[in-house]
Design a protein around this ligand. Structure first.
Ligand SMILES: [Zn+2]
Length: 243
């Protein structure tokens, strides 16, 4: 149950001041970095909310490629895989496309919501939403549309706990432009952020997390983490499709 909601509890924690990198990690208002208590996440398309821009097969292919991008970079320490059709619903992160109702800012291409424990930072569930009310997407390098794989790659970075990078070349940078697909690929900054996420997960697995089981029973301690999605109108030099 998520009975407590806090608007925009988006905090950039630790390592954001690193002179070498621009990535940031996301934390709760209690100062805990958000993280999953698992090294294997399943992500799938919600069949009840399919894309209107691309076919379900193309959307699935774009998602699979985005998942593989992060998994390959993680080197086995974190696995993002396509959800199996018979998997338990509560173990899956769903990607949903909105054509009629979009409750967020119109310039947002997509939006990843993380539900996390305020004290421990442990993520309990998540959903990735794509804004097809205001934007159109493609998987074939259409220079007039946003690249779906690039958008999903960016949102998966939010899913594992990364915020927006200050590095304009990073997949986790907040802006993009139609036809710009370079965020399909991770750069050194994204990989450094991923390494920090993996290190944090290792600490949690070893008992280094500050989470106290005695206080975890209160549903009121759960807060909704709202992460800014990919901003659609940020200026950026366009590049050929790289997906
Ligand atoms: Zn974003």
């Amino acid at each position: 149950m998520k009975t407590s909601t806090v608007a925009l509890p988006f905090f950039a924690l630790a390592l954001a001041s690193s002179p070498a990198f621009g990535y940031v990690l996301v934390g709760t208002s209690d100062g805990a970095m958000v993280h999953w208590d698992t090294s294997a996440l399943s992500v799938g398309l919600d069949p009840t909310m399919p894309s209107a821009s691309v076919s379900s097969a193309d959307a699935a292919q774009a998602l699979d490629a985005a998942l593989a991008t992060w998994t390959d970079a993680a080197g086995g320490k974190l696995t993002l895989s396509p959800a199996e059709a018979d998997a338990r619903p509560d173990t899956i992160v769903l990607v949903r496309f909105h054509q009629d109702d979009w409750p967020y800012q119109a310039n947002l291409l997509a939006y990843t919501q993380l539900y996390a424990h305020q004290v421990s930072g442990q993520i309990t569930s998540a959903v990735i939403e794509v804004n097809e009310r205001d934007h159109h997407f493609s998987v074939d390098g259409d220079r007039g549309r946003y690249d779906l794989q690039a958008v999903l790659t960016h949102e998966l970075g939010h899913l594992i706990g990364l915020g927006h990078s200050l590095d304009p070349q990073a997949s986790m940078h907040s802006g993009t432009a139609p036809g710009d697909a370079h965020q399909c690929n991770l750069d050194d900054d994204d990989r450094a952020g991923l390494t920090a996420i993996e290190a944090m997960q290792s600490m949690g697995a070893a008992g280094g997390c500050s989470f106290s089981p005695a206080s975890s029973g209160s549903s009121g301690a759960l807060v909704m983490m709202i992460l800014f999605g990919l901003l659609g109108l940020a200026a950026r030099r366009r590049r050929p499709s790289g997906c």
